[in-house]
Design a protein around this ligand. Structure first.
Ligand SMILES: [Zn+2]
Length: 239
């Protein structure tokens, strides 16, 4: 059951910039220091946040996407339990061979993601930046080459292999527009979904506090400590 301690997490995350919010959510819910939260692999972190979401708000996620061609809305349901089965027993770092080059990649971490995030970068560019951040060794014909000198197909190949090896770090859903039948992939961002649910819950809770404090003079801590069914009883009595 959600309680006053979760409002403290909301306090911290509400004032955060979007790129920092997943770190604050991971830190707040897992009770770990920032240094540990930033080093957490994205796939592990998001598996943890999905489990938090399921425990606090239920297993079913009602999602809404918009067709990139005609803007028709497409709604669909997702089970968190089904998502959490998408794990692999990958050994890290992994080595990728491509056109005579070998790229050694570590598992994408929260730090890699934060460093590659940019307000103005389109999604493909953001994914390429994340991929570059994860490449720790590279050779062409046995000689070291700079990451910036890797060609686009090499980065694309590394990005695809990383996604396959760590599926929860890059969750996408294949959708077809119900109006124009365009097929596309919608990205799913577990920290963002958890934030939306936590934000809605916090605002409802604080509105309850406002109404009950005004009607009965109780303090915020007294109202937040109340069982939800009892709080609802008093709300019904004043409405
Ligand atoms: Zn469409």
């Amino acid at each position: 059951m959600l309680g006053p301690e979760h409002l403290l997490i909301w306090d911290q995350a509400a004032l955060a910039r979007a790129w920092n919010r997943p770190i604050l959510l991971a830190r707040g819910f897992a009770g770990v220091p920032s240094s540990e939260a930033t080093g957490w692999p994205v796939g592990e972190r998001d598996a943890y946040l999905l489990a938090v979401h399921r425990a606090g708000f239920g297993d079913r996620l009602a999602l809404l996407a918009s067709c990139p061609a005609c803007k028709e809305p497409a709604s669909f349901d997702v089970s968190i339990t089904a998502l959490l089965t998408q794990t692999t027993a990958q050994v890290w770092p992994l080595t990728i061979s491509h056109n005579g080059m070998e790229l050694t990649c570590h598992r994408p971490s929260t730090t890699d993601l934060a460093q590659s995030w940019s307000n103005d970068a389109a999604l493909p560019e953001a994914r390429r930046r994340l991929c570059r951040a994860c490449i720790v060794a590279h050779r062409a014909d046995g000689k070291p080459i700079a990451v910036d000198d890797l060609d686009e197909p090499a980065i694309e190949r590394a990005s695809a292999v990383l996604s396959e090896a760590d599926p929860l770090s890059d969750i996408r859903f294949a959708l077809t527009c119900p109006a124009c039948e365009k097929a596309w992939e919608a990205l799913f961002d577990p920290p963002h979904m958890l934030w939306r649910a936590l934000d809605a819950w916090a605002r409802t809770s604080l509105n309850d506090v406002r109404e009950l404090a005004r009607a009965y003079g109780w303090s915020e801590s007294e109202i937040l400590a109340m069982h939800p069914s009892r709080r609802q009883f008093y709300l019904d009595a004043v409405s």
